[in-house]
Design a protein around this ligand. Structure first.
Ligand code: GDG
Length: 492
C-alpha cells in the first residue's frame, strides 16, 4: 500500500485533545463464554494523562492488544474515550515485533544486539502508522492537540500534518535517541526524520537524546544516497535544554519545530501512598529474614543487564564478600516480547544463571536467588521495593528507567540504597545513587559493596543520599512532565 495523504475533514463533535500510543491503556479479559471486556490498566502514562484527557474531552487512540478482530470505541468511567485501532496478526509480527522491536529497539539502544533491516517490515510499519493517523483524524476536532507517543509511531506526525494541517502535533520518544552515526545505518532514516518533523514539538528524556536528533537533522537529509529532493541539510538553531524549547529545526515546509528534553517521571504521591500500605517485614520474612536483601525489577529485556547483575552477585558470593547465609537477591523479570529470538536467548541465559547460582550457594529451603518470571500486582511490587536494602538497576542503555524512581519514592524514610547504571536516563537526576558501569562487572561489584558497607558502617551518609533522591522525585513527578510538555506545545 502506498501512503498518500488525501486531506481529511475534522471530526464533527470530535475531541480537542488526543493521545495516540501503540497500546490502549486497557487490559482485555475474556470470560468463559468468550465475551471480551476491557478495563483501563493503571500505567504511569495513563495516570499522568488522565486528568488532561478528562479536562479536554480527550480521546486515547491505540491498539487494544488482541489481533482477533475489531472492537468498538468505549468510554472509561472518568469519561475518556478509548478508540481502538485494529491490527492483523501480520501487522503485529511485522510492525510491532519486527520493525519496532527487532529494528528500531536495538538500533536506538546502541546496538546491544544487531538490528534487522527488512524492507517488508518497513512497509508494514508505514502502513500501520498510516492506519493510526487515519484513526486520529476520525476523532480529532478542528484545531485539536494530538500527542503522539514513542518509537512505534514516528511517521504519524508527518502523515497527520498532511492529512490535517489544522492540528497541533506533539511527539514524545520514550526510549533513547541514538548518536547520528548509529542512526544513519537505518535504510529509511530520511523518512523517519521527516515523519518526526511533522510535529510542532519533539520531546526526549534527556538533552543528550535531543542533541543527537538535532545533529542528525543537520546531516541526514543531504546524506549520500539521499533521494528525497530535500535541501542539503535542515536548518537547526540552538541547543536542547530541559523543559523549555531553546532549539528549533526549520522543517522542509518552512515550519519551526521545537526540540527539548522532558524527563519523564512517576506518580510519586500515589507510589508513596501505596508504599505506606505494604507489609515489608512479611516479605523479608518469607525470604528468610536475610541481613541483605537485594532487588532487581525489569521487563525481561537484553537491554536491562539482568545477566550481568546475576554474574556480579555470583562473584561476590564466590569471593566471600557477600555471605550466602545472609544475602538474598530477588529478581522479578516481567515477560516481554517472548517470540523474539534475542529475548528467548536472554531468558534462557538468565534462568541458567539463576539455577547455577542456587546450585552452588543455596542451602536446602534457602535459595540465594529468588526468581519470578511473571508480573506482580502493584501492591506486591511496591512491597518488594520497600523491603529491599539495595535496588540493582543495571541497564546497558535505558531511556529513563522508572523502576529506579519508584524505589526511591518508596524510601522517604531514607532507608535503602540504589545501585544505578550510568547509562540509564534516570542517572542524570538520581545522581546520588551508587553509579556503576554495567559493561564492567568489577564496577557493578564495587558499587554494590560500597552500598552494602555504607548502609552498615555510615548509615547517615546513605540516608542523606536517599533523602536527596527522594526529594528529587517528589518535586519532579509525572504531572510536571505532562504539564511542561503540553505548555511547551501550547506556547510554541
Ligand atoms: C520504557 C523505556 C522509560 C515492572 N514489573 C512489574 C511492573 N513493572 C512496571 C514498573 C515500571 C514499568 O513497569 C517499567 O518501566 P521502566 O521505565 O523501568 O522500563 P520500560 O518498560 O523499558 O519503559 C524506559 C519508560 O518507557 C517511560 O518512558 O523510562 O526507559 O524503556 O513502572 O513498575 N508493574 C507491575 N508488576 C510487575 O511485575 N504491576
Amino acid at each position: 500500500m502506498t501512503v498518500t495523504a488525501a486531506p481529511r475533514t475534522p471530526a464533527e463533535g470530535g475531541n480537542d485533545f488526543v493521545v495516540v500510543a501503540n497500546r490502549l491503556p486497557v487490559d482485555v479479559t475474556v470470560t468463559p463464554d468468550g465475551t471480551r471486556s476491557f478495563t483501563p490498566s493503571p500505567g504511569g502514562l495513563v495516570t499522568a494523562l488522565s486528568p488532561v484527557l478528562e479536562r479536554n474531552a480527550g480521546c486515547w487512540v491505540g491498539w487494544p492488544g488482541t489481533v482477533d478482530g475489531g472492537m468498538e470505541p468505549f468510554r472509561t468511567d472518568s469519561g475518556i474515550l478509548l478508540h481502538p485501532v485494529a491490527l492483523t496478526a501480520t501487522d503485529y509480527e511485522e510492525f510491532y515485533e519486527g520493525f519496532s522491536n527487532a529494528t528500531l529497539w536495538p538500533l536506538y539502544h546502541d546496538l546491544i544486539v544487531p538490528p534487522t533491516y527488512d524492507r517488508t517490515w518497513w512497509e508494514t510499519y508505514r502502513e500501520v502508522n498510516y492506519t493510526f493517523a487515519r484513526e486520529v483524524t476520525s476523532v480529532a476536532a478542528e484545531g485539536a492537540t494530538v500527542w503522539v507517543q514513542d518509537y512505534q509511531l514516528q511517521l504519524v506526525p508527518g502523515i497527520l500534518r498532511q492529512l490535517r494541517p489544522d492540528l497541533t502535533i506533539g511527539f514524545f520518544l520514550h526510549i533513547p535517541f541514538p548518536p547520528a552515526e548509529l542512526f544513519r545505518q537505518l535504510p529509511w532514516r530520511e523518512e523517519i526524520v521527516r515523519g518526526l518533523l511533522g510535529s510542532d514539538v519533539i520531546g526526549f528524556h534527556l538533552p543528550q537524546n535531543a542533541d543527537n536528533f538535532l545533529t542528525l537533522a543537520r546531516s541526514v537529509a543531504g546524506a549520500p544516497g539521499s533521494h528525497t529532493g530535500q535541501p542539503d541539510s535542515l536548518n537547526v538553531e540552538g541547543r536542547a535544554s530541559v523543559r523549555e524549547i531553546s532549539a528549533h529545526i526549520t522543517a522542509p515546509d518552512g515550519r519551526r519545530v521545537g526540540v527539548a528534553a522532558f524527563p519523564i517521571s512517576i506518580d510519586t504521591a500515589s507510589v508513596i501512598d501505596t508504599a505506606a500500605q505494604v507489609d515489608a517485614a512479611d516479605i523479608r520474612h518469607r525470604l528468610g529474614d536475610p541481613e541483605t536483601m537485594i532487588l532487581g525489577v525489569d521487563r525481561l529485556d537484553y537491554t536491562k543487564g539482568i545477566l550481568q547483575r546475576l554474574s556480579a552477585y555470583e562473584e561476590l558470593l564466590e569471593s566471600g564478600a557477600l555471605d550466602p547465609h545472609d544475602s538474598v537477591l530477588l529478581q522479578i523479570a516481567t515477560p516481554s516480547r517472548e517470540r523474539l529470538e534475542h529475548y528467548r536467548r536472554t531468558r534462557a541465559r538468565v534462568e541458567e544463571a539463576v539455577g547455577r547460582i542456587n546450585g552452588r550457594f543455596a542451602e536446602v529451603g534457602r535459595p540465594v536467588v529468588h526468581y519470578l518470571h511473571r508480573s506482580l500486582g502493584k501492591q506486591q511490587l511496591f512491597g518488594c521495593y520497600v523491603a529491599a536494602d539495595i535496588m540493582l538497576v543495571t541497564p546497558f542503555k535505558d531511556g529513563m528507567n522508572l523502576v529506579a524512581k519508584e524505589y526511591v519514592a518508596c524510601h522517604g524514610d531514607g532507608s535503602g540504597a540504589l545501585v544505578l547504571s550510568e547509562f540509564a536516563g534516570s542517572a542524570t537526576e538520581l545522581n546520588r545513587a551508587f553509579l556503576c558501569n554495567p559493561h564492567d562487572g568489577d564496577s557493578v561489584k564495587r558499587q554494590l559493596m560500597i552500598a552494602v558497607n555504607m548502609l552498615r558502617d555510615t548509615p547517615d551518609e546513605a540516608r542523606d543520599r536517599m533523602l536527596a533522591m527522594h526529594s528529587q522525585v517528589v518535586e519532579h513527578d509525572v504531572d510536571l512532565w505532562a504539564r511542561s510538555f503540553l505548555d511547551a506545545l501550547r506556547s510554541h
